[in-house]
Write a protein that binds this ligand. Structure first.
Ligand code: MN
Length: 326
């Protein structure tokens, strides 16, 4: 199988700052008053069945940032403008967690501990977590927040992720939300899922979500409203009843034609530009403290578009942060 290596951006041209250079800090110190985005890699793939390679994504994500400028031309939904990221937003690379060969449960315990320590040290205005598979949302959320009962979880995902454990797998990547509700105190009434696939979920699990009071917008209705507008409306509503919002993006919410890098992607979902615009809205929303992007698998990512999409999600969120009301 041919896998294209990431292309270099514009190396050595100081007039063309790349997003990778900006994240590395090559463009010097932004003013302390600039909004701050931090990136942390969470390379978990141990929870996935069948075995997958999402653990390789954080390192590849940084490489793919070489392919993008840190200048957002004409971004934003309601009031588009150009954002000079290297001047307007402070970025720091908080590194990638070392999970090594730990099994799923101890790996998730380690992630939770690391995020608790990060919260104690202080988090940036927006924390961007690059996975990893979608089991990471549980240790990230519960590590950062002692009381999940006061946290809003918005997911852009094809799936509900409330499956039962099977084959003694424990908290796998399709089960994180159920574990948070049943063991950690997350309230179903504070869970919003947008982009749910029409033929990607079981009726048993849908009833579980309905009984626990999830807010669910399937891909079709979200598209017809305008995907980013739908996300904005639900962020506003969720923000009224929680302390802070964590957004989890499972890249399998993309149509399989655009998102072949995610094991769960199917035809009939949303387009990359819809997801990217939603990321701008997410970055601009004052209630969002953390954005998690998961489920990009290099071994399925023939043309690197899955990694590129993760990069654009990050850059759009950073551009949103630049105009976030403070
Ligand atoms: Mn998911």
């Amino acid at each position: 199988m041919y896998i294209r290596e990431p292309m270099p951006g514009i190396p050595g041209d100081p007039a063309w700052p790349t997003a990778a250079e900006w994240l590395r800090g090559d463009y010097g110190e932004q003013p302390a008053s600039a909004p701050h985005i931090g990136v942390i890699g969470v390379p978990l793939s141990q929870s996935s069945a069948p075995p997958a390679a999402q653990h390789m994504t954080p390192a590849l994500f940084r490489q793919h940032l070489e392919r993008f400028a840190c200048f957002g031309a004409g971004v934003g939904i309601t009031d588009p403008r150009s954002v000079y990221l290297s001047e307007e937003v402070r970025a720091s690379d908080l590194g990638t967690l070392e999970i090594g060969h730990l099994h799923n449960v101890p790996a998730q315990e380690k992630i939770k501990t690391e995020f608790t320590e990060l919260a104690a040290r202080g988090v940036p205005d927006l924390l961007f977590c690059i996975g990893g598979d979608d089991a990471v949302m549980r240790p990230v959320l519960t590590g950062l927040h002692e009381d999940p009962g006061r946290i809003g979880l918005m997911m852009l995902d094809s799936h509900h992720d409330v499956r039962l454990g099977y084959r003694n797998q424990g908290p796998h990547n399709g089960a994180a939300v159920r574990f948070m509700i049943e063991e950690d105190g997350l309230l179903g009434s504070n869970v919003v899922q947008i982009g749910i696939a029409p033929f990607g979920n079981s009726p048993v699990y849908r009833r579980y979500c309905d009984e626990h009071g999830f807010t669910i917008v399937e891909a079709g209705p979200a598209r017809r409203e305008g995907f980013a507008a739908c996300v904005a409306r639900h962020l506003d509503q969720l923000a009224e009843r929680v302390d802070t919002i964590i957004v989890d993006i499972d890249v399998d919410v993309l149509d399989a034609g655009y998102g072949p890098a995610s094991p769960g992607a199917r035809p009939g979902q949303i387009a990359p530009w819809e997801l990217h615009e939603a990321c701008n809205v997410i970055g601009a929303h004052p209630a969002v403290s953390t954005l998690i992007v998961v489920e990009v698998d290099k071994t399925m990512d023939l043309f690197g578009t899955g990694l590129d999409n993760a990069c654009v999600c990050f850059l759009q969120a950073a551009c949103g942060l630049a105009v976030r009301p403070r």
